[in-house]
Design a binder for this molecule. Structure first.
Ligand code: C2E
Ligand code: CA
Ligand code: CA
Ligand code: CA
Length: 277
């Protein structure tokens, strides 16, 4: 058995070694990223169709690693596996609250800020991290939105129901991210304490050519309205998207048609250009 194990090892060794060492290098590097101040938040504006202005933004994490800019899809999974998402997530919360509060005091803005919460972070201790972010910044809770996905909530439905209620009890709002792509049934929309639905980009992409995507999008908007939830369309890239979403009664939009996620200084410039601050 021992010999067999060695053969198996030898057979896989070259590939394994490369993957494992790449991962270890990235992990080691990510471990120092917070302390070395390599993490940065970008902000993507959210527009209100009704108010015809920018009313909020989503904070999106970037890693300025020694190897160059790393996008979240590449390092968030690693941060989740290693547990590093806990201190990183707490930093994102604190920094987002601080930034939103800064825009309010400096410019008198009333922008809200949406923060992504990973499955690993979604546990009772999250409440303390959120409270710390709010208290250390002085941001009023109604300006903070937490974005969670269906899969985050579905791992333990009863625990999620309780945690959502506790978080909303602080006065903040909850958005269900990537809505329509997970496996939550519509019945859960009733049980979970939510404020907004973010319609996943994959549905918006099909507008105006795919009738199914348009039917799904307008149905989500109708259901949300009946349940008293706000709708946010993600990945809004074209004028056709805007026209369809306006007539379907969508509340908010986010996407390249308006703005890409912007570094802090560019985001502030954008606000000044639009006379919103
Ligand atoms: P998400 O929460 O669904 O964020 C939206 C993603 O769509 C962002 O990618 C954004 O840059 C991109 N996007 C926005 N508008 C458009 C558009 O018009 N067209 C297209 N094609 N894409 C658009 P990004 O910034 O690369 O983030 C990817 C994912 O990483 C996020 O997906 C979120 O799940 C995760 N993420 C980002 N920041 C954080 C964070 O601070 N904490 C956690 N836990 N996850 C984060
Ligand atoms: Ca999000
Ligand atoms: Ca999303
Ligand atoms: Ca997504």
């Amino acid at each position: 058995a021992k010999g067999e194990g060695r053969n198996t090892y030898r057979f896989f060794a070259p590939v394994m070694n490369q993957q494992v060492s790449e991962r270890l290098m990235m992990e080691n590097s990510l471990r120092h990223a917070l302390r070395r101040q390599e993490l940065e938040l970008y902000f993507q504006p959210q527009y209100s169709f009704e108010q015809k202005r920018l009313v909020g933004c989503e904070a999106l994490l970037r890693w300025n690693s020694p190897e160059g800019l790393v996008m979240p899809d590449r390092f968030i999974p690693l941060a989740e596996e290693t547990g590093l998402i806990i201190p990183i997530g707490a930093w994102v919360l604190q920094e987002s609250c601080r930034q939103a509060r800064h825009w309010q005091t400096l410019y008198g803005s009333d922008l809200s800020i949406a923060v992504n919460v990973s499955a690993v972070q979604f546990r009772p201790e999250l409440v303390a991290d959120v409270q710390h972010g709010l208290e250390s910044s002085g941001l009023a809770p109604e300006y903070l939105v937490l974005e969670v996905t269906e899969s985050v909530l579905m791992t333990d439905v009863d625990a999620s129901v309780r945690l959502l209620e506790e978080l909303r009890g602080l006065g903040l709002r909850i958005a269900l991210d990537d809505f329509g792509t997970g496996y939550a049934s519509l019945a859960y929309l009733k049980r979970f304490s939510l404020d907004k639905l973010k319609i996943d980009r994959t549905f918006i992409m099909g507008i105006p050519d795919d009738n199914d995507d348009m039917a799904i999008t307008s149905s989500i908007i109708d259901i949300a309205r009946h349940l008293g939830l706000e709708t946010v369309a993600e990945g809004v890239e074209t004028e056709e998207h805007v026209n369809f979403l306006t007539s379907a009664g969508c509340n908010l939009a986010q996407g390249y048609f308006f703005d890409r996620p912007l570094p802090q200084s560019q985001f502030e410039q954008r606000l000044k250009d639009k006379g919103l601050l």
